[in-house]
Design a protein around this ligand. Structure first.
Ligand SMILES: Cc1ncc(COP(=O)(O)O)c(C=O)c1O
Length: 413
């Protein structure tokens, strides 16, 4: 099969309708949608019996290794609407040395830093932009902590769609630069991501921007769903025992949970599910607080702060979907302090040569904490999500030098 077969061969699609994730109300597919009438995220529904007949594991195994291989479970109807920058199936990297030092059987990291724009945000925005193209949307706007904006800018520019992006003023410099360089107009805002979201909402009302905020359009979940599809296929149609996911808006966690359900219904996996663990930073942990109190929704977290800026999300529109997936899976929500995140990042870089992003490091810190307090067993197969390349973030300076004009004491080096 040609390397670009997923982008050039017509395949059947199976979307039947969209559905309010809270009330179950039906919405017509192939129309522009944001939230449901109840103000909740919309979920894409498929004719899964049709998918089951059209797709089998052997056929799938022959397709090129990118997320478009799952076309039958994706919303884009026409080949010409697919927007691609050369996505890769991200590797599952084993961490045997760290696992051994913790007395654990198997520790795997799914390295999302290998995707275009260097983060898993590409998956969601690929789908949102492709569907925007299909639906004739010409101007998209979003609030971002950095990586989502970069992915939107890149894919929307590729599709010829204008973008206006707002980020908190302390967003990593590299994100602000890459957003602008990849064709968007980006503004730093003196506030947090939800403050940026309010500006997008006003722009939508005043000048008709299409609001592509987390879960406020239906297709980013479908893109993030491919993490679950890939993971199950990589494990030979099995699921891990436990997944640690760095949770901000929670699109990936919700998407993976949906993926496992759809995979079971097309007969690709059984009823086993991983326990889903929502990892947050101690300085911004609305899901953890709501999970501990047994609540359905997670009110805003005031004075949010953490070095893991991607998960500095004080309030999430899909809070009940995150909490539902965590509870249904018998998982848990866990907060880790910034110093543990930094230690985790250093430890994995120094002992395995693997550079995590701070949000990915939060999952490793949470895994260690959960092992220590017995919430995860040592014989469980755990998967951590490294959601972005560690190279996007400020790295510690090195001051060591050699004066080549002076004698070198090699024994001391
Ligand atoms: C690196 C990184 N990790 C995690 C997240 C949180 O992702 P989600 O919104 O899917 O919870 C973000 C979102 O900005 C991010 O940039």
């Amino acid at each position: 099969m040609r390397f670009d077969a997923n982008l050039t061969i017509e395949r059947p699609t199976f979307v039947t309708h969209l559905e309010c994730s809270y009330t179950g109300e039906r919405y017509e597919a192939d129309r522009v949608h944001n939230l449901s009438a109840a103000g909740k995220p919309l979920l894409v529904r498929y004719d899964l019996d049709g998918v089951k007949k059209a797709l089998n594991k052997d056929e799938l195994a022959r397709r090129p290794q990118d997320l478009w291989r799952y076309r039958e479970l994706l919303p884009v109807r026409r080949l010409e609407d697919i927007v691609s920058l050369g996505e890769a199936v991200t590797p599952l990297v084993a961490m045997p040395r760290l696992a051994k030092s913790l007395g654990a059987t198997e520790l795997l990291v799914k390295d999302e830093g290998r995707l275009p724009t260097g983060s898993f945000k590409a998956r969601g925005l690929i789908m949102a932009v492709s569907m925007a193209k299909a639906l004739g949307i010409t101007h998209m706007a979003m609030p971002t902590n950095g990586n989502a904006g970069a992915a939107l800018a890149a894919y929307a520019t590729r599709a010829g769609i204008r973008t206006t992006i707002f980020c908190p003023e302390d967003t990593p410099e590299v994100n602000v630069s890459e957003i602008e360089l990849q064709g968007a107009t980006v503004y730093r805002v003196n506030g947090l991501i939800d403050d940026c979201g309010k500006i997008v909402g006003q722009g939508k009302a005043e000048v008709g921007w299409f609001d592509v905020s987390t879960l406020k359009e239906p297709y980013r979940i479908e893109g993030k769903k491919t993490m679950g599809l890939e993971l199950a296929e990589q494990l030979d149609w099995d699921v891990p025992d436990v997944i640690f996911y760095p949770t901000g808006g929670g699109t990936g966690l919700i998407g993976m949970w949906k993926a496992f359900d759809e995979l079971e219904r097309i007969g690709f996996i059984g009823s086993k599910r991983p326990r889903m663990v929502a990892v947050q930073a101690a300085g911004c942990a609305p899901m953890v607080r709501a999970w501990e109190k047994g609540e359905e929704h997670a009110p805003r977290w005031e004075d949010a702060h953490t070095i893991a800026s991607g998960i500095r999300v004080p309030q999430a529109v899909g809070d009940f979907l995150i909490l539902r997936a965590v509870r249904e899976s018998n998982g848990f929500a866990i907060a880790v302090p910034d110093d543990a995140i930094q230690v985790a990042l250093d430890e994995m870089a120094k002992s395995e040569g693997f550079l995590l992003c701070p949000e990915g490091a939060a999952t490793y810190a949470a895994y260690k904490q959960a092992l220590a307090d017995g919430r995860v067993r040592r014989d469980e197969r755990a998967v951590l999500f490294n959601c972005a390349t560690g190279l996007k973030y400020p790295l510690p300076p090195v001051h060591r030098t050699i004066d080549r004009h002076k004698p070198i004491d090699f024994k001391a080096l």
